[in-house]
Design a protein around this ligand. Structure first.
Ligand SMILES: [Fe+2]
Ligand SMILES: [Fe+2]
Length: 368
């Protein structure tokens, strides 16, 4: 009899206690709803028969110690195990400077959530008999201790993976990290806008995972609902809890005797929280209202590469573009745009390798 288990994923909750919230006029996400949103989803999750919960980073607004401590205490009360990894907003510089924590504090604070020794910034743990989780740290710092703009796995982790992966061969292994390993947007690894959401040395990780037969990755950071497949790998990227469409996922996995995996993914969206009765409508408009400068940048960058004049002309008409991408399973109608631009943007529709519409970003049954 193979494995059977059920778990939830909440990503990028960006927890911000009211006294820690600072205004950021270009921010697409709404940290103001972080506490009621998380409380509501956790209240729901405890009614399900879950084996565990994953949080792939950006746990806090911007690394504030008080926000980390609040979250760790809240997660402690849950009846199922919880595992976390750090995002770029959790450790904003190697050395702590009030109110933000430093790199060494993260495993201390989250010792009960994967970091058993309270020190090493990456881990593997047996969640259930035959089921292992690897939690990686994709934050990296320059010599002065400043956070590097892209994700990066340091040499120590790659060496550790070389040691640990062969010992887990007979188990099912899940991998969680904050930055994206596979592309979730066309040309993401080539685009200056998309690159910073990815792991710079993704190839080094992919090669190790393929060799070890590891197939399932869980990431966050991009604030987009997307499931990407490449070869034997499947990366489930979960959007931000505090950003449209305020998603969370519940996954049921079955492994048959031959090791084949059946993964049922269900995503739900938070409809409202106190003070935001129409959270979906409000949050979508909030993003659309702030989208034009971003869209001009997006349209003038690879892979779209329009001229500034072309971009400025069409950006206001594409104010819904990023919100639609964030929701996953995008099916756009660009028929109002000039034909060459239509062709460039068509690539952002959710399709399979043959270009047929494919809706697997929110709810799907995948067989790996
Ligand atoms: Fe985030
Ligand atoms: Fe992030």
């Amino acid at each position: 009899m193979g494995l059977r288990f059920r778990f939830a994923v909440i990503s990028d909750p960006h927890i911000a206690l009211p006294e820690t919230i600072w205004d950021s006029p270009n921010r697409f996400h709404l940290v103001e709803v972080s506490l009621p949103a998380l409380e509501q989803i956790l209240d729901h999750l405890v009614t399900l028969d879950l084996d565990f919960l994953l949080l792939p980073g950006d746990l806090t607004q911007h690394g504030e110690r008080t926000n980390h401590q609040w979250l760790a205490q809240r997660l402690q009360k849950l009846p199922f195990p919880v595992y976390v990894v750090p995002g770029n907003h959790d450790v904003i510089a190697r050395d702590g400077a009030d109110p933000a924590i430093g790199f060494e504090e993260f495993p201390e604070i989250y010792q009960a959530f994967g970091y058993r020794d309270g020190k090493t910034p990456y881990y593997h743990t047996e969640i259930l008999p035959g089921l292992q989780l690897i939690g990686l740290n994709s934050n990296s710092f320059d010599v002065a201790g400043n956070l590097l703009p892209m994700g990066y796995l340091d040499e120590a982790q790659l060496t550790w993976l070389d040691e640990v992966l062969p010992t887990l061969q007979s188990d099912l292994v899940l991998v969680m990290l904050h930055h994206n390993v596979l592309e979730h947007l066309p040309g993401q690894s080539q685009s200056p806008l998309g690159q910073r959401y990815m792991l710079q040395n993704a190839a080094a990780l992919i090669q190790r995972l393929e060799k070890a037969g590891v197939q399932l990755l869980f990431t966050g950071h991009l604030h987009v609902q997307d499931v990407a497949r490449q070869g034997s790998l499947c990366e489930v990227l979960t959007g931000s809890l505090v950003s449209y469409p305020h998603p969370f996922r519940v996954l049921a996995v079955e492994q048959d005797d031959d090791g084949k995996l059946k993964i049922e993914i269900q995503s739900q969206h938070l409809a409202s929280v106190p003070g935001w009765p129409d959270l979906q409508g409000f949050s979508r408009e909030w993003m659309c209202d702030r989208a034009t400068p971003f869209m001009v940048k997006f349209l003038t960058s690879p892979p779209v590469n329009l001229s500034m004049a072309e971009a400025e002309a069409i950006a206001p008409g594409l104010r819904h573009f990023w919100a639609t991408i964030a929701a996953g399973d995008a099916q756009f109608d660009f028929s109002h745009l000039p034909l060459p631009t239509q062709r460039l943007l068509q690539a952002f529709n959710a399709t399979d390798a043959e270009g047929k519409p494919q809706q697997i970003d929110n709810s799907a049954v995948l067989v790996l």
